[in-house]
Design a binder for this molecule. Structure first.
Ligand code: BJW
Length: 246
């Protein structure tokens, strides 16, 4: 029996005792769909740019066309991606527990495409748009090289959450209500560096929940996890669902 199989079995045992489960996912969840993680080496075209500078209001103010093109390139790449077996496993998991919520930091729509419905997209969605000054929702604009203009005169931007921006109140309320009552939290494919998501496992733990982490690399969370599964989302999640079905 491999270590991973033993870890999956331990995770399944914990989850069988739980009727209220939170799953939280980060960029590693989408890696096997061909989408690079946020902190992976960037592709050649963007190697001279720091995502932490581009994904900010200051970055957009400084050079709106540059930030617009960065998102347009990423959107084109994401549009060609499909959910993998791990996304499908999480969609199936939704019906296995009396209460279940999936809180993703990903903006790529893949959980929705896989069929997850009780979903919080904490950092927004790259296929939605709003204006920079007033947050007016804007219909998906034509593919253009420069940000278009909203009816109010403000430039249009992707409806994602940049560094330093406040997250949506109702998304946060739904998330913390679930975290404060869950029996177990499964943390998949996040480096745990960006708040508030980086604090979710600790919030769930303070309320008495068990922590399962799935990641091929150890993270800042690993030492606190009850079970660490050293594997990828696309491999570990289908195995876990299989064990839960059995
Ligand atoms: C695999 C795998 C496989 C690989 N399978 N796994 C408290 C303390 C300090 C600072 C702050 C704080 N509270 C707030 C802040 C400021 C800031 C923050 O956290 N800064 C940190 C850098 C320190 N947070 C914010 O600004 C947030 N706003 C906020 O809190 O407002 C109130 C406030 C503001 C200011 C001060 C205080 C309070 C907003 C955060 C918005 C983040 N937005 C981004 C961009 C979204 C749009 C876009 O994509 O362009 O969201 S940043 C980026 O990081 C993106 C991601 O969702 C996010 C997290 O990254 P993630 O998902 O963890 O990806 P990676 O790449 O880091 O990790 C991938 C992992 O996958 C790795 O572990 C791999 O090993 C693993 N992996 N293959 C499974 N196959």
């Amino acid at each position: 029996m491999t270590d991973v199989t033993a870890c999956i079995e331990r995770a399944a045992r914990l989850l069988r005792k739980s009727s209220n489960v939170v799953v939280t996912t980060g960029a590693g969840m989408s890696k096997e769909s061909g989408i690079p993680t946020f902190r992976d080496a960037p592709n050649a075209l963007w190697k001279d740019y720091d995502p932490q500078q581009l994904a900010t209001r200051e970055g957009f103010r400084r050079d709106p066309a540059l930030v617009w093109r960065w998102y347009a390139d990423r959107r084109a790449m994401i549009a060609g991606a499909r959910p993998h077996a791990g996304h499908m496993a999480l969609a199936e998991m939704e019906s296995m527990f009396a209460r279940f919520i999936l809180i993703t930091q990903n903006i790529d729509n893949l959980h929705r495409s896989a069929g997850s419905t009780n979903l919080v997209e904490l950092h927004g969605n790259i296929f939605r748009f709003k204006c920079f000054d007033n947050d007016h929702p804007v219909e998906a604009p034509e593919a253009v090289d420069e940000p278009p203009t909203c009816a109010c005169g403000s430039l249009v931007r992707p409806a994602v959450v940049w560094f330093g921006e406040i997250l949506d109140d109702s998304d946060l309320a739904r998330s913390f209500e679930a975290l404060e009552s869950c029996h177990a939290i499964i943390v998949v494919g996040t480096s745990g560096l960006v708040y508030p998501a980086a604090g979710f496992a600790a919030a769930a733990r303070s309320a008495g929940a068990a922590i399962v982490e799935i990641n091929p690399e150890e993270t800042t969370l690993t030492a606190q996890a009850d079970v660490f599964v050293p594997s990828t989302a696309g491999s570990a999640l289908p195995m876990l669902v299989e064990r839960l079905r059995g």
